[in-house]
Design a protein around this ligand. Structure first.
Ligand code: UT7
Length: 334
């Protein structure tokens, strides 16, 4: 008996961003910067901050997942697996995914975190696709959640304007229709550590008075170097995935790029000769939410999507990690 090939499609999206809006004007009172500099060099107007004490990435993730389960009318007990991509997990252990699973009652599943920095959700989607294509899993929740404000130094003007907090989740299910995840190109080069990292708090350099005194628990980034790697690698990845799938400016409906810097996004669009109207953007209102950027973009643009639309995702993050993926969207916007 010949079985139809199983494809992995997204059947719904849920999202959550905290209520508190940190504007460029407020930031300009905290560090020596301006709305004009941030808008021209990065493209962020405002970002959301989870500022209630005691709440971590799992709080936003569970809000997003709850919305997803309600929207898709999914019984939490029917979910087979929960993957959470995050760089700002509530605890080193247990996983943030396990907390989300518990809070949302998805107790017939197993759950784990996936760490690939800002490429995390893309890598997690690829992982979920393999699980769905194997035929062993029917419903997988893939959530990207980051509370970047928990690792930002709000006295460092080079990093604090860039990032924000947020989470979004996708439900991934099998279909035999020719839809869903078609192709991906994902890479990691191991060169990124000196340029983008959290220096202390892990097993190499556990917390100490020294690490606190030297502000080593904040995100460290050498922006210019990261910028160059991001532009080159994201542009090359989207071009490669487009080329090998016969995609071009005429048949690509949407590009969903990681939202790190508007100038990087424009460079990616230019490489594909795509007008910016076909590029999903949320950087202006959320900043870089790390694992949250791609699913939050889908959450914002869901209504505009149509069944069969050709989507290209691309991401770049610490490590370095990066890649691109081609997906045929599974349903008309709702
Ligand atoms: O998501 C993970 C991947 N991350 C990324 O993709 C981020 C990649 N990097 C970037 O997006 C950019 O490099 C930044 C936005 C981080 C910085 O932009 P840049 O155009 O590379 O600026 P720069 O670091 O080269 O700094 C230019 C000038 C410097 O002054 P001098 O040395 O020319 O006098 C900085 O001190 O801008 C100054 N500067 C600022 N001025 C006002 C840096 N930050 C600020 C600021 N406000 N917030």
């Amino acid at each position: 008996m010949i079985m139809d090939k199983l494809h992995a499609i997204i059947t719904g999206i849920g999202g959550y961003v905290p209520d508190y809006i940190l504007t460029n004007d407020e930031l300009s009172r905290m560090v020596d910067t301006s709305d004009e500099w941030i808008m021209t060099r990065i493209g962020v107007k405002e970002r959301r901050i989870l500022n209630e004490e005691g709440l971590g990435a799992s709080y936003m993730a569970r809000k997003a997942v709850k919305q997803l389960l309600e929207k898709t009318d999914t019984d939490p007990l029917s979910v087979d697996a929960v993957i959470c991509s995050t760089s700002t997990s509530d605890y080193h252990f247990p996983s943030t995914a396990s907390i989300v699973l518990g809070k949302c009652g998805m107790t017939n599943a197993h759950a784990f975190d996936l760490s690939a920095a800002c490429s995390g959700w893309l890598f997690a989607m690829d992982q979920a696709t393999c699980m769905i294509e194997s035929g062993r899993y029917k419903k997988i929740v893939v959530v990207g959640a980051d509370k970047m404000s928990s690792i930002l130094d709000y006295t460092d003007r080079q990093t604090c304007p860039i990032f924000g907090d947020g989470a979004a989740a996708a439900l991934v299910e099998p279909t035999t229709e020719d839809l869903g995840w078609q192709d991906s190109y994902l890479r990691t080069d191991g060169q990124g550590l000196p340029f983008l990292c959290l220096k202390a708090g892990g097993s190499a350099t556990p917390p100490s008075y020294f690490t606190l005194e030297h502000r080593m628990h904040y995100l460290h980034q050498e922006g210019r170097t990261v910028f160059k790697f991001a532009v080159t690698n994201m542009s090359d990845a989207v071009a490669l995935v487009a080329e090998r799938n016969g995609l071009n400016k005429d048949n690509i409906d949407w590009v969903i790029p990681h939202q790190a810097n508007i100038r990087i996004i424009e460079a990616v669009a230019k490489r594909l000769e795509l007008p910016m109207e076909k590029v999903m953007l949320n950087i202006q209102k959320y900043g870089n939410t790390s694992s949250g950027t791609l699913p939050l973009a889908l959450w914002d643009y869901e209504k505009q999507l149509k069944k069969g639309d050709n989507l290209i995702f691309t991401a770049f993050g610490a490590g370095f990690t990066w890649g691109a993926a081609y997906m045929k969207w599974g349903y008309d916007g709702k």
